[in-house]
Ligand binder design. Sequence first.
Ligand code: ZN
Ligand code: ZN
Length: 64
Amino acid sequence: MNKRCNSCKGSGEEICDKCAGRGYTYKAGGETEDCDACGGLGVTDCPMCNGIGNAQFHYTPISN
Ligand SMILES: [Zn+2]
Ligand SMILES: [Zn+2]
């Protein structure tokens, strides 16, 4: 049973809070540059589920 991650609502991604999802940031002179936090994507892997989108990874599989 998949347990959807509450943090990212199952998308596995979160809006990058450094660039607010734009993918770039403004430099002092007004130029833009790729956001170094998300690599220009505007989103980052959800830290709660490592980008998986569900919380299943929390459960250790039973080996046997
Ligand atoms: Zn998540
Ligand atoms: Zn970013």
